[in-house]
Design a protein around this ligand. Structure first.
Ligand SMILES: *[C@@H]1O[C@H](CO)[C@@H](O)[C@H](O)[C@H]1NC(C)=O
Ligand SMILES: *[C@@H]1O[C@H](CO)[C@@H](O)[C@H](O)[C@H]1NC(C)=O
Ligand SMILES: *[C@@H]1O[C@H](CO)[C@@H](O)[C@H](O)[C@H]1NC(C)=O
Length: 358
């Protein structure tokens, strides 16, 4: 009896899974998508890959402009979402619609370059600002080796309100303050840690403009676990002037934010943080999950169309497990996870080198 039910259930599942295949739509250029409404995003994809990201992968030879944008996009998409959430409008793209107002906020400094770059593309393709922010973020990070393939839902209204100032977390904030702000919009401390995987492919531009482009880990063009390893090493020197939310970092040229330092060592998040050191797959999956949540809080997800299949499949990661940078070992680890010992990692061979700005 139970076996029969299981079989019936199994065939039901098979049918349910098979159904979307028959609804696949052929778009004008011959490519196929799951929903005909998503065909509109193919020309946007081609245009931004060619003209915004310069067609170059995150990790390939240094196209300064591309790296700048790609590393900034993840942070931008998170900030733009938070902006909308705190303002009550959801992931509504208000940061583009009201870019003059919102990029003057302290926490959004450095985003004006991105908003300026984004606006013409959104206008040229006549897509809503809210959708464009999500789309460009997902495409940008899909260009990184080992990157996530983020969900992309289309159909956000183009109508938004400017967000109030003072609501987006800043690098000088305590873990308590950041967790409290994000709890307001439904994110747990663990989810905040998951979100910070974005710093694997990010750099700072405005905390200290004299060292603009200094990355948060030694591999800013790869969505790997090095950020989680290196952020747990004892800091020894400032890369910048040590102000505005900078704390000591372990590698010359690497920039460490006070907020990352606090969250990596907070007892609510330290074990989640450390768990990513040896688990790239979990880092990616959890980032995808939390970004999907971020992209739809404040939106009625059921009214949006799933166009995730338009997002490119990122190049596969080469390694799952982090390593100590040259000259570093377990002796340099400042572990705060009580429950689990820090994993055994190998040390990269060679001399200590500076991390270059992106
Ligand atoms: C642009 O999009 C809006 C809203 O979807 C629509 O009303 C308008 O007709 C579109 N304009 C063009 C030129 O396609
Ligand atoms: C979205 O709103 C902006 C003004 O904030 C407008 O310039 C743009 O044409 C609108 N786009 C669409 C698709 O309606
Ligand atoms: C975390 O640390 C705080 C003090 O910093 C302490 O009050 C709290 O009990 C600790 N929580 C856990 C789960 O260890």
């Amino acid at each position: 009896m139970a076996f029969k039910t299981l079989l019936a259930l199994a065939s039901f599942v098979v049918t349910a899974v098979a159904a979307p295949a028959s609804t696949k739509a052929a778009c004008a250029d011959g490519r196929t998508v799951n929903n005909a409404a998503c065909c509109a995003w193919l020309p946007v994809l081609d245009d931004i890959q060619e003209n915004l990201f310069s067609g170059s992968l995150c990790a390939e030879e240094a196209h300064e402009q591309t790296q700048f944008l790609t590393t900034l996009v993840t942070g931008f998409s998170i900030m733009a979402n938070l902006e909308g959430k705190f303002g009550g409008g959801g992931a509504d793209g208000s940061i583009l619609a009201f870019s003059d107002i919102e990029t003057s906020f302290q926490a959004n400094f450095g985003l004006d370059f991105t908003t300026e770059a984004f606006i013409p593309f959104a206008l040229a393709h006549n897509v809503s600002f809210g959708d464009f922010v999500q789309f460009a973020g997902a495409v940008g990070v899909s260009n990184c080796i080992g990157g996530p393939r983020l969900q992309f839902l289309a159909g956000r209204s183009n109508i938004s309100q400017p967000s109030p100032d003072g609501l987006v977390p800043e690098p000088t904030d305590s873990a308590d303050k950041i967790f409290a702000r994000l709890a307001d919009v439904g994110f747990s401390p663990i989810e905040v840690a998951d979100l910070l995987a974005a710093h694997s492919v990010s750099a700072q531009y405005e905390v200290d403009t004299d060292v603009a482009g200094s990355p948060f880990d030694s591999t800013p063009d790869t969505f790997d676990t090095q950020f989680f390893v290196e952020s747990l090493l004892t800091g020894t020197a400032f890369t910048g002037n040590g102000e505005g939310g900078e704390v000591l970092s372990p590698i010359p040229g690497e920039f460490r934010l006070q907020s990352d330092f606090a969250i990596s060592r907070d007892n609510r998040t330290a074990c989640e943080w450390q768990s990513f050191v040896t688990n790239h797959a979990a880092m990616v999956t959890k980032f995808e999950t939390v970004m999907a949540k971020l992209a739809t809080v404040g939106q009625d997800a059921s009214s949006l169309i799933d166009c995730s299949d338009v997002i490119p499949v990122p190049p596969a990661a080469k390694v799952q497990v982090g390593t100590f940078p040259p000259g570093k070992s377990i002796a340099d680890v400042d572990s705060a996870c009580q429950a689990t010992p820090f994993p055994t990692l190998s040390t990269q061979p060679g001399p200590v080198t500076s991390v270059l700005p992106v």
